[in-house]
Ligand binder design. Structure first.
Ligand code: XMP
Length: 185
């Protein structure tokens, strides 16, 4: 294993199996909806999850990509977030499924869910690969969850630290040595 990693928490095999189960649940949830769905995937952490999941969803779909950037407020020093959109289809009257890598504080998903409701989506459901239940807030509904994980910083399968480790085929906890030089969360 990579020397920057402390331990693997979800193996490649477990990820493969669970993503297949999630795909089956999603197919069931949208059964009979001939109009198909619109997937909105939050960059960049969801890229691997998106690729693996949608190839197991035999339904009509459009795919939109968004990202959420944090910024420090210029006048007040307060921090805020802004949503960027790449190739986001018209959502009016659509059944939208948001994909994200991890539900941590819920700040990102709350922002995206509000934005998509505001864009006139008929329904908005959310699928996350990972959830930190210790922190996930009750006002951010998530219909499909891959795994609950402890409140530790995890990387791999799309999740990064300082832009690295997205390509790992498993989920791992970073070595404490990296935390000591500045906590990533
Ligand atoms: P929240 O729910 O706090 O999460 O808005 C926002 C984004 O933060 C990233 N995040 C993580 N990334 N390991 C990571 O690699 C983690 O443990 C982790 N926790 C949060 C992630 O991009 C998420 O969408």
């Amino acid at each position: 294993m990579h020397s920057d990693l402390a331990r693997v928490v979800i193996t490649e095999r477990a990820l493969k199996q669970r993503v297949a189960e999630m795909a089956a649940d999603i197919v069931d949830a949208y059964a009979g909806q001939d109009g198909g769905i619109t997937i909105v995937s939050i960059l960049a952490g969801s890229i691997i999850f998106l690729g693996d999941l949608i190839r197991q969803l035999p339904m009509r779909m459009r795919i939109g990509l968004v990202w959420v950037s944090s910024y420090p407020g210029k006048a007040t020093g307060a921090r805020g977030s802004v949503i960027g959109e790449a190739n986001l289809p018209d959502l009016q009257g659509r059944d939208v499924l948001i994909l994200d890598d991890i539900l941590d504080t819920g700040h990102t998903l709350r922002l995206v869910q509000d934005r998509l409701h505001g864009a006139g989506a008929r329904t908005v459901k959310t699928a996350v690969l990972l959830r930190k239940p210790a922190k996930a807030p009750p006002d951010v509904p998530v219909e499909f969850v891959g795994f609950d994980v402890d409140d530790e910083f995890v990387v791999g399968y799309g999740l990064d630290y300082d832009g690295l480790y997205r390509n790992l085929p498993f989920i791992a906890v970073l070595h404490p040595r990296l935390y000591e030089s500045g906590c990533p969360t």
